[in-house]
Design a protein around this ligand. Structure first.
Ligand SMILES: NC(=O)c1ccc[n+]([C@@H]2O[C@H](COP(=O)([O-])OP(=O)(O)OC[C@H]3O[C@@H](n4cnc5c(N)ncnc54)[C@H](O)[C@@H]3O)[C@@H](O)[C@H]2O)c1
Ligand SMILES: [Zn+2]
Ligand SMILES: [Zn+2]
Length: 368
């Protein structure tokens, strides 16, 4: 079939919205008609050419929600008409990681996905007979996409697609960092560094876990206002004295849980040093620049602080994204404030500009 998609033709150039060919879903694959897709930093990072593993041409986009249009042979977990959220982090339910409760890093299709292919090593995207590689296994800056069944989470049909799509990346990452990775305990004190989509999700996750104090630290007053809406009990403008301030406010000990959602290694260090002596857990969700390292004074660890990383919030996508979406439908997560701009596929480059200016949390592409 023919469909329109935003193609990264060349690094550091605007995406081109053009017509491409999309082949039928093969066994185990699903054709999805996109209804909404968030514009995320990872898309812009790859488009910029800075990402060493990036390639072009490709169709970007990974925060998608849409409707199943057609299923390939053997597909049983979704059927035409289902509302699905796309998962760049799939869940095959069979690999050694999927059967472990301790990780969400499914191994089933990693290698092919990283190279831009569907699990059988080919692409469904092409133009004039030339294959075009997929991106993050999703390629959702497009009217349609073909994805493996194991990378689709079937969510409640009551969810609004433009809300549901946010659970495909940043929001689930933040919620999951607090709820799955750190497993924040009720009554605890939490500090969240960063109030973008991920940090705001972490604030909401800490609230849902029953944390007593949730301190959100950012540089932007506007974003700190949004953090209050998600349950932050205190908001601070960050600076080099933030660690000392956390210690001063916690009887000299530090916070039970800290979260880093900025991607800056200096802030990661602050998050480690703000964690409580004895049992403080620092969860790192931000993605640092290539080659950057995190400086940690070992004494912080000997005295009982722990550090862990969290990819997609430790969320096992097919099982847990539907549960997180249900929390929003039940009124427990206020998703509206995250949707700052509604744009069309043709305006995708404008979405990048808005992100560069830090104008709002998310621009969401909605498809007619
Ligand atoms: N682990 C994962 O699976 C995963 C998934 C999505 C995104 N991420 C990463 O998470 C990070 C956050 O993503 P996002 O979409 O929320 O980004 P964002 O850019 O919207 O938010 C980052 C926030 O950090 C704030 N900030 C900058 N410097 C700061 C400082 N010194 N102290 C406190 N706050 C500061 C900014 O003002 C901004 O609000 C990024 O590194 C992103 O790549 C990770
Ligand atoms: Zn993303
Ligand atoms: Zn798996």
């Amino acid at each position: 079939m023919k469909m329109r998609a935003a193609v990264l033709e060349e690094f550091a150039k605007p995406l081109q919205v053009t017509e491409l060919d999309l082949a039928e879903p093969k066994p185990g694959e699903v054709l999805v008609r996109l209804a909404a897709c968030g514009v995320c930093h990872t898309d812009m990072y790859t488009a910029s050419g800075v990402d060493p593993s990036g390639y072009a041409p490709t169709v970007l986009g990974h925060e998608g929600a849409g409707f199943v249009e057609k299923v390939g042979e053997g597909v049983s977990s979704v059927s035409p008409g289902d509302l699905v959220v796309t998962l760049f982090s799939p869940q095959c339910r069979e690999c050694v990681h999927c059967v472990s409760p301790d990780t969400n890093l499914c191994l089933a299709i990693r290698d092919q996905q990283n190279q831009g292919y569907l699990p059988d090593g080919t692409t469904r995207l092409s133009r004039d007979g030339d294959p075009i590689r997929h991106f993050m296994g999703t390629s959702t800056f497009a009217e349609y996409t073909v994805m493996p069944e194991i990378a689709l989470a079937k969510v409640s049909p009551e969810a609004e697609p433009d809300h549901a799509c946010l659970f495909a990346c940043g929001l689930s990452t933040g919620l999951g960092a607090a709820m799955n990775t750190a497993k924040v305990k009720a009554g605890s004190t939490c500090v969240v560094f960063g109030a973008g989509m991920v940090g705001l999700g972490a604030v909401a996750g800490c609230r849902l876990q029953g944390a007593e104090r949730i301190i959100c630290v950012d540089l932007s007053q506007d974003r700190l206002e949004l953090a209050k809406g998600q349950g932050a009990t205190e908001t601070w403008v960050g600076d080099e004295n933030t660690v000392q301030r956390v210690l001063d406010e916690t009887g000299g000990f530090g916070a039970d849980y800290t979260f880093e959602a900025t991607g800056l290694v200096a802030v990661m260090r602050q998050a480690v040093e703000s964690a409580r002596m004895g049992w403080g857990l620092c969860t790192i969700a931000g993605v640092a620049g290539r080659g950057e390292t995190l400086d940690v004074v070992p004494r912080y660890l000997i005295t009982g602080r722990r550090i862990c990383g969290s990819s997609f919030g430790g969320v096992k996508g097919r099982d847990q994204v539907p549960q997180l979406v249900q929390l929003y439908l039940d009124g427990q997560i206020d998703v509206d404030p995250f949707i700052s701009h509604q744009i069309t596929l043709d305006e995708v480059n404008h979405g990048f500009e808005l992100m560069e200016r830090q104008d709002g949390i998310r621009s969401v592409i909605t498809f007619a």
